[in-house]
Design a protein around this ligand. Sequence first.
Ligand SMILES: [Mn+2]
Length: 269
Amino acid sequence: MKKVRSLFLSDIHLGTRACQAERLLAFLREYESDYLYLVGDIIDLWAMKRTVYWPAAHNTIVQKLLRMARHRTKVFFIPGNHDESLRHYVGMSFGAVDIVTDHVHVTVDGKRLWVMHGDQYDQVTTCHRWISVLGDVSYTALVHLNRLLSLSRRKLGIGGHWSLADYAKRNVLKAVAYIGDFETVAAHAAAHKQMDGVVCGHIHTPAVKCVENVSYYNCGDWVDSCTALVEHTDGRMELVRSTPEHTLAAVIPLLPANVDSAREERLRA
Ligand SMILES: [Mn+2]
């Protein structure tokens, strides 16, 4: 068992087949921490409205997290967009579990990290909710909808061909640019709040980097990357990956050196 100060986990998506529960359990068994941040999309209540997949391992995870809270771990639960119905409970505490929209975590070496899920900085889910809904329906439905659209375009006298399916595909190609945008917007918001860094999830892209002069940390997810952020007892932040062999390997060991100097510069200013 490794003793660490904080663990940050996001996008576990319990209740779906996509959740890599065994790898998460292997990870949780490795660590003992003072703080545990559950950074959104922990239980996929959104997907569970359609189908529920809840094997024993998902129960074991919930029990393990509750056991940590009963012992000596302070837990912050931040609802995400897939468990947004839990936002009704924001401001409430259940034992050592606080349900919050976001939280400022101060590392042992005094850095202020703004912890939040991140969907509020996602142009796709906030401005164009229907696009994320579309991502869920089948291609056939898309083609049907497209036919309907071209029919109404014709009725409205709008010329030319416009394919919704092509539009959706182009959006997939835009994903790389989109990730970059998300990171910039989230980091910018953290800088605006006078934070040294931001810890988020939501886009399922693990990262430790310096963006806009603040440290940008993304926990990743337990669907593909199987990563989590760890704050060591000396304040060092590390992104850790749980491999299929259930052995843990650090993926990105340290923050780039320029983060600290950027911070000092900002404090001087
Ligand atoms: Mn999310």
